[in-house]
Design a protein around this ligand. Structure first.
Ligand SMILES: Cc1ncc(COP(=O)(O)O)c(C=O)c1O
Length: 435
């Protein structure tokens, strides 16, 4: 299973995006302009400048509702934990929190942010291949209900901590079942740094260590193998492999593990829907291997990208149009500083104004690195400096992975019912470096 977005996938994403803009949704094209809710991108960008990250509250709420409805519709209880790493903007995560979803964090920094946003310790899951001891201690003292352990040293540390505190600590264990090459995810190749390997027996040994400890209680089996999936085949194979592992250790050790946490890895909503899957159908299909598993179980999913990615566009201006012997370029003011060229990004670029003509331009950024914000991206029309482009699917892993490289991390706003509010104000040289 490759994580690189192929040219065919980009073409598909671009067609699906045009279709999305043709509808009367929060992002739409009308009268030769692109609109976010009731504001035209041109009008938004005029006072604020570019690049500018613009989130639609309507789309965010709708994505949250879609996930909550899918969780409610399933036969077993499902808890949804937003993977905070997908977006650190407090105003965005607050909408998720206010809608009643929970949160998943990978570090103390994320944990403190989650707490400031309003999530209670009871709403947190802690994941991560290497967690600081002070963070583990804080999570235990705050009574965070699930810490998924990923190494023997974490097990040993938590066991000692439990002994020191005279308490039993509830933990989950992250496992890496080996799937066929076609269905294997980027997080779980053989030898992955994440979790415990299943085929070699490491995972079963770790389970044994936890269940024989007086100070630890095994509550969950966790796996997270994928990113950007639009159809449920791979997730379903992962669930089947986790269930097989669970049945074996439960039978061997005479235990019952009540929680199954299947992580995130779901692609942008409208791209998933363009492939013919709603979130509800995806979840039902991926969890099919749970049928027949005895006992009351709690399922957890940790979507990041699905909730926030298609809820934001990055507006960017053309700085330079350039014709070389080999291609035509438009070089824009949004670079990898706000559009990290993660190999799994789903960016789709479109002009914000009607642009007649068929000249095709490659889209590049202003930075002195041989990179483009949107590899393989093309726009067509008659481009000129000052023209505005919108990069769709810019809501996940953009702000949280942003850098002050070349320019500061740009402004971000939330549009809600025709009004905008600040999510983040870019910093001046003085604010960023001189205090
Ligand atoms: C453990 C875990 N859960 C959830 C997620 C969220 O993944 P996504 O944004 O692809 O849904 C990640 C992302 O890396 C992760 O590592």
């Amino acid at each position: 299973m490759t994580t690189r977005m192929t040219l065919d996938q980009r073409r598909f994403a671009s067609i699906a995006t045009r279709r999305l803009l043709g509808q009367e949704g929060p992002f739409h094209a009308d009268s030769g302009e692109v609109w976010i809710e009731r504001l035209s991108c041109r009008e938004i960008a005029k006072p604020l400048g570019t690049p500018l990250l613009v989130y639609s509250a309507a789309r965010l709420r709708d994505n949250i509702a879609e996930v909550a409805a899918a969780a409610d519709a399933f036969a077993w209880p499902i808890r949804v934990h937003f993977a905070l790493k997908a977006c650190y903007l407090a105003g965005v995560a607050e909408l998720v929190q206010k809608a009643g979803l929970n949160v998943e964090v990978m570090s103390e920094y994320e944990y403190l942010l989650a707490r400031r946003i309003g999530f209670s310790p009871a709403q947190v899951i802690v994941n991560g291949p290497a967690k600081r001891p002070e963070f583990l201690e804080r999570a235990v003292i705050d009574e965070v209900p699930l810490i998924n352990v990923e190494s023997p040293s974490e097990i040993a540390f938590l066991q000692d901590l439990g002994r020191r505190l005279g308490r039993t600590i509830e933990v989950g264990i992250r496992i890496n079942p080996l799937l066929s090459r076609r269905l294997r995810g980027p997080f779980t190749p053989p030898g992955s740094k994440f979790g415990f390997d299943v085929p070699s027996g490491e995972a079963a040994d770790a389970v044994r260590k936890i269940v024989t400890s007086r100070f630890l209680s095994l509550q969950a089996v966790h796996c997270h193998g994928y990113t950007r999936q639009y159809t449920p085949d791979a997730h379903r194979a992962q669930v089947a492999a986790a269930v097989k592992f669970l049945r074996r250790v439960e039978a061997d050790l005479g235990i019952r593990i009540p929680i199954l946490d299947f992580g995130g890895g779901f692609g942008s909503r409208y791209l998933m829907e363009a492939q013919g899957w709603t979130f509800q159908q995806f979840i039902r299909e991926m969890l099919h291997p749970l049928i027949g598993l005895p006992g009351d179980r709690q399922v957890i999913v940790e979507p990041g990208r699905y909730l926030v990615n298609d809820a934001a566009a990055c507006l960017t201006s053309v700085l330079v149009c350039k014709r070389t012997a080999h291609r035509r370029w438009v070089l824009v003011d949004a670079g990898r500083n706000i559009l990290p060229p993660r190999e799994n990004a789903e960016y789709v670029v479109m002009p914000c104004q009607v642009s007649p003509g068929r000249t095709v331009y490659h889209v590049g950024d202003f930075l002195c690195t041989p990179s483009e914000p949107v590899p393989l991206s093309l726009v067509s029309g008659s481009m000129k400096p000052g023209d505005l482009l919108a990069v769709f699917n810019a809501g996940a892993y953009t702000f949280s992975m942003a850098q002050n490289f070349g320019e500061p991390i740009p402004n971000a706003i939330l549009v809600d019912k025709g009004e905008w509010t600040w999510l983040f104000k870019k910093r001046s040289v003085e604010e960023q470096f001189l205090r």
